[in-house]
Design a protein around this ligand. Structure first.
Ligand code: AMP
Ligand code: MG
Length: 536
């Protein structure tokens, strides 16, 4: 299994992947070829090969992600696929490298970070003409690994794999995940950082994105005052990943137009997170994609009971900087860091500030659209509908209420009677729903009903619209943990089942009701379910 597959017997789809590796061609690499930890100046990448592993075993493959690489099922089931995407063998055309970036972590400049456990395999242009960069996460140390090992454990890889694909099917901009492969080796982690290190199964995820460039790539070059390289990186990004902007070939407007687009995409991404109840958990600037994609699934979580103050990340427990309700503001803070980084290309703060100002406007507009669609309304009037929205969020917190179930069930409420019965399913502590509270809820439902009537949308149409933006299935924290518990015993049925359930998050799947259920009580305070650390 671990031996290399002879190139002559590689399936042609793997032997002839159309790599063009433009990143390596366009940007300067590190002169040093040895793989040891170091600071890398005047270069954007270092050549580094994945570390071979003992015994690759494919846990799951996303068929939709495989299709992006024009890989049919038959190929994904081959020994060669396992060997290549575990990092044991390079397919023809692959030129592995790790990139150099920095970032602000929890609000402070952290200096050089870089691909510490991600190794890029190259970029292909698929049959549709789309560019996809391939990256292994957990395939061994790189020059950017600092004090860590470059590896990943099954629990964290499984969470990244499933969530990437779940987000895609939910319609949220995201990097993709092709495969989840066990390495057959153990990796030691201290999950709660409390002095109890233990071995866990090691694994590798292959992720895909048009580009893995982060805000931190530009910040690093700016911090080192490598202005010409900063310009080259920005030019490369604009020409490769933002072709549709038809940017001027030079001058400040080239960079300003691009920055405005990044602002807009970021606002859209965060509004989408808020729509589905996703909490990233570590919105450091090195984890912000320049393409406005959700990237780096670590201690993320899904809102269960609606609580804007919730964060899944125990490492952030003290200040809760990255809590659900603060994500829009943090994205803006991160954009300010990006603006600072590209300032040398513009040479004037004012237009950058103007572009930044678009963020608040654009986010607010997006969020109003999202809320309107979640409520099945044509549009929200920010002033006229303010009371309706405010009271809804107050009620969601007055009784601990599952956000996902609430919106889904709201579509079932009979607006003639305004009976709140369908919503009861969303309550975690039904005793909190006192008679007074039920009355208040009914009052809100009447207000909502009269508002919905104004839009003159039929019941069936409103329901269909709501159900197309209010998912029935999200990757609930406790369900991901159940899949991990099983996978750690060698049973991968639940991972595969969830991958399949989450392909149709907006559809009722009657035989799969169990995956739409609210968090059981045992999971309320269990590590992995409500509390996650950065240890991965
Ligand atoms: P994160 O908070 O996971 O986005 O990681 C921040 C930085 O730490 C990035 O440069 C990662 O590549 C690096 N990193 C995280 N975990 C590891 C690991 N196990 N080995 C090497 N580098 C790591
Ligand atoms: Mg990261």
């Amino acid at each position: 299994m671990n031996a290399e597959v002879a190139p002559s017997v590689l399936p042609p789809e793997l032997a002839e992947m159309p790599f063009d590796n433009r990143f390596l061609e366009a940007l300067p690499g590190d002169d040093e070829a040895e793989n040891y930890r170091r600071q890398v100046a005047n270069a954007c990448w270092s050549a580094v090969a994945p570390t071979p592993v003992a015994e690759p075993k494919v846990v799951a493959v996303s068929p939709e992600a495989a299709a992006l690489l024009d890989l049919p099922d038959r190929v994904c089931e081959s020994e060669a696929f396992a060997a290549i995407f575990a990092g044991n063998q390079l397919a023809p055309g692959m030129e592995p490298y790790a990139t150099c970036y920095g970032g602000h972590q929890f609000g402070n400049w952290a200096g050089q970070l870089g691909d510490g456990r991600a190794i890029n395999l190259g970029e292909i242009v698929n049959r549709k003409g789309e560019r996809w960069a391939l990256q292994l996460k957990g395939a061994g140390p790189t020059p950017y690994s600092r004090t860590a090992d470059g590896l990943a454990v099954l629990r964290s890889s499984l969470r990244e794999f499933l969530c990437s694909e779940a987000m895609f099917h939910l319609g949220v901009p995201t990097t993709r995940a092709l495969s989840l492969i066990l390495t057959g080796e153990e990796v030691v982690r201290d999950i709660l950082y409390d002095g109890h290190p233990a071995p866990e199964p090691g694994s590798v995820v292959c992720r895909l994105a048009p580009s893995f460039t982060r805000f931190g790539h530009f910040e690093m070059l700016a911090a080192r005052r490598e202005t010409e390289l900063l310009r080259r990186f920005a030019d490369f990004t604009i020409d490769t990943d933002f072709q549709e902007l038809e940017s001027p070939s030079e001058g400040p407007d080239r960079y300003l137009g691009w920055f405005a687009e990044v602002v807009s995409r970021t606002a859209h991404m965060v509004a989408e997170w808020m729509r589905v109840g996703f909490v990233h958990g570590v919105m450091n600037t090195d984890n912000m994609s320049i393409l406005g994609l959700t990237i780096d699934y670590g201690p993320y979580g899904w809102l269960e009971d609606y609580d804007p103050g919730w964060t899944p990340n125990t490492t952030d427990a003290a200040t809760r900087r990255y809590r659900y309700g603060q994500q829009p503001a943090i994205a803006q803070w991160n954009l300010v860091q990006l603006a600072n980084a590209i300032y040398p290309l513009v040479g004037d703060a004012k237009p950058l500030e103007e572009a930044l100002a678009i963020y608040a406007k654009e986010y607010t507009a997006r969020w109003q659209e999202v809320l309107a669609s979640k409520l099945g309304l044509v549009a929200l009037d920010p002033a006229g509908d303010a009371a309706l929205v405010k009271e809804m969020f107050a009620l969601l917190q007055a009784v601990e209420t599952d956000m996902t179930i609430f919106y889904r069930r709201l579509a079932d409420v009979d607006l003639a009677t305004c009976e709140p019965t369908p919503l009861e399913d969303a309550w975690y502590v039904p005793t909190q729903a006192t008679p007074a509270l039920r009355e208040r809820l009914q009052g809100w439902l009447s207000l909502y009903a009269s508002r919905a009537r104004q839009d003159a949308v039929s019941l069936a149409e409103r329901r269909a619209r709501m159900n197309s933006v209010n998912p029935k299935y999200v990757l609930r924290n406790y369900i991901a943990q159940l899949a991990i518990d099983k996978a750690e015993t060698g049973d991968f049925t639940l991972v595969r089942e969830l991958l399949d359930v989450l392909r149709h998050p907006y559809n009722d799947q009657p035989e799969r009701e169990e995956y739409a259920k609210k968090r059981p009580d045992w999971a309320r305070n269990r590590p992995g379910c409500s509390m996650l650390s950065c240890s991965s």
